[in-house]
Write a new protein. Structure first.
Length: 330
């Protein structure tokens, strides 16, 4: 296993911190039986069990932030850029897509309009859109989209672990080499973490690699985090031992979540990210009182045999964007 932080030479293979679910992120849905876990919600629990409860069980609303919405906007442009022929994937083209993608985001998610709803400072919106353009400019310094043909963009992946837990997530970009090797790419619009925090940042990528390994039986060759805020690329070449350790960690997290769910005991874990938390007023660590827990839904009946997936089907991966994977499961 190896990691490095350096600008990328793109091979020819054919989102304020801790602010919660990104705008446009699909809420965590329950698995057919048991439960489901994504990297974001696993990170919430590791950061603060009470935060996990507020987001996943209570589903409390959170106000959009400029940083989170900018991340969603930049991701949309990077996804749509690959709709174009390779020779048209230019800096100028990417910049020209920012405004229409912003308007499309406003249409899909009207609540983001609250960021600039008073309309009194058009300059503030212009500066914010320019900041998104600068992040896109930096991406072109790190990767060459004319040499990339992603197998999938915004790829939904999910796989059951066999004990009622469904792992799920959305991969920003999946590259598949002619030899079948996988590279998993995730864009971050913030700055690269310090060396001491790299492992926490890479947990998300190991999670994705675990899901893809369980789906395909192939360990991804490379995991790549592209930090547009600082111009760094963090890479990891996982092996089976690494992913088995990740699976053990995920199972242990889920066991802890289930214990908390059974007891109703969701303790806060105060830390440096509390300043950005939308739910600070409800947190006992700051004199607040959480709302009563909602009733836990009754277990649902297992699907009939007629509704069961085909034999041998253990998971799925499908693109949510227009870039279809070269393989049936991405």
């Amino acid at each position: 296993m190896s990691t490095s932080t350096a600008p990328t030479a793109a091979p020819g293979t054919g989102p304020a911190p801790g602010t919660g679910p990104a705008v446009g992120e699909e809420p965590e849905a329950p698995a057919p039986s048991g439960g489901s876990l994504s990297p974001s919600r696993a990170a919430d629990f590791m950061q603060c069990p009470l935060l996990y409860r507020f987001r996943t069980i209570d589903r409390l609303p959170e106000a959009p932030s400029e940083a989170a919405v900018r991340g969603t906007l930049v991701h949309a442009v990077l996804e749509r850029l690959f709709d174009l022929p390779a020779d048209q994937r230019t800096r100028e083209q990417a910049r020209s897509m920012v405004d229409p993608q912003w308007r499309a985001l406003l249409e899909r998610e009207p609540r983001v309009g609250a960021l600039f709803e008073d309309g009194t400072d058009a300059a503030a919106l212009a500066r914010w859109l320019t900041s998104a353009e600068k992040l896109l400019e930096r991406w072109f310094e790190l990767e060459d989209p004319t040499r990339l043909e992603p197998a999938g963009r915004e790829v939904r992946v999910q796989v059951p672990l066999g004990d009622g837990l469904l792992l799920r997530g959305i991969v920003d970009r999946l590259d598949v080499a002619p030899t079948g090797e996988l590279r998993v790419v995730d864009y971050k619009t913030g700055r690269a973490p310090s060396e001491a925090r790299e492992s926490k940042a890479l947990f998300q990528m190991r999670f994705y690699a675990l899901v893809l390994w369980r789906l395909h039986g192939v360990v991804p060759r490379q995991l790549q985090l592209v930090y547009l805020g600082s111009g760094d690329v963090l890479r990891l070449a996982p092996d089976e031992a690494d992913l088995l350790a990740t699976e053990r960690k995920v199972r242990a997290l889920w066991e802890a979540i289930e214990r908390n769910r059974a007891t109703g005991d969701w303790q806060p874990r105060p830390g440096r990210l509390c300043s950005w938390c939308d739910h600070k007023a409800l947190c006992p660590s700051f004199g607040g009182t959480p709302p009563p827990l909602p009733p836990r839904p009754l277990p649902r009946a297992e699907p009939s045999a007629a509704a069961q997936p085909p034999a041998g089907s253990t998971g799925s991966a499908e693109p949510t964007g227009s870039g279809a994977p070269t393989e049936s499961t991405g």
